[in-house]
Design a protein around this ligand. Sequence first.
Ligand code: ADP
Ligand code: MN
Ligand code: MN
Ligand code: MN
Length: 372
Amino acid sequence: MSVPLTEHTAILSKYLDLPQKGKILAEYVWIDAEGRTRSKCKTLNKKPNSVDDLPEWNYDGSSTMQAPGHDSDVYLRPVAYYPDPFRKFDNIIVLCECWNNDGTPNKFNHRHECAKLMKAHADEEVWFGLEQEYTLFDQYDYPYGWPKGGFPAPQGPYYCGVGTGKVVARDVIEAHYRACLYAGINISGINAEVMPSQWEFQVGPCEGIKMGDELWIARYLLERTAEEFAVKVSFHPKPLKGDWNGAGCHTNVSTKDMRKTGGMKVIEVALSKLAKRHKEHMLLYGADNEQRLTGRHETASGDAFSSGVANRGASVRIPRQVAKEGYGYFEDRRPASNIDPYLVTGIMVETICGSIPDADMAKEFLRETSDE
Ligand code: ADP
Ligand code: MN
Ligand code: MN
Ligand code: MN
């Protein structure tokens, strides 16, 4: 598929202003078998007051490899909705969970399990901040803005770069940033990354299930804005072979107790639990992540767990500021850019809030020494 621009935005804008006669357009968004978003639109007769006002819907799961042809209906259950930055007015974007005909969650619905874990540990008030890195390609699958038939100069000037030849596609990034703010996504920042045409946005802090919800909507908004510029978004953890940085989704985490004075001890207990479950975590930290976690390009090797203050070559980094103040959060640098945030935040809560025998001993130790 190749067309110069997919949207004739100037002409379209005349129609976008037409009155809608009281109808609301609700764009239902879901996660497909490939870990990308899909969506379709439904006309509603009135503005919803809560997510419960939004009707369940369905789609042909055989067209998305989410159901067999003979039993193809997959049900869309609304779980959250956001103001639609593209259609504006009272129109909304609706995030949905996918459910099968037999009443079981669809194989690619990881939100259901995650929501249960978040609910079970709600009293710990777990906050997350995800740093979504991604890479842009043009419509012919060539790295966006790279010189034709050659390579850009080696990495160095591009991270947080300013000026021609240092950054590309600032228009796409800026449009996406505004779209996120309009939709009420808790986007905390953006920056150009180490590899040319690679960028990052951060969402958070978000508590519990909201983290996965908001990251998925932010990804959806990125694909939609990039579509208008005829730019492709790649979430692959090693989009280009060779001496170019991979793409991650650093996962920043804190519990209520980590954010209190003396929280550093609680962080240490969490890290000892994480060390014990390194392999289980790695299984959920993104496909092809081994191409990225080589121990080079600001990563740790994927084979073993490590942690350190201000160490960007460790699995988990404790920010310098946090070590200094003695409380705060930690950063799990292992997750790849193509993770399902529901899987990653889910196992994170299960590990750090759950009880692992040795870790329980550590907790006991904390109790005994808590008034030091
Ligand atoms: P880095 O220095 O690794 O590039 P960023 O500034 O890109 O870090 O991202 C840090 C993320 O951590 C942000 O999304 C921010 O909202 C989040 N964050 C800050 N404080 C906390 C906290 N206490 N718990 C969880 N996440 C946090
Ligand atoms: Mn960052
Ligand atoms: Mn980064
Ligand atoms: Mn980071």
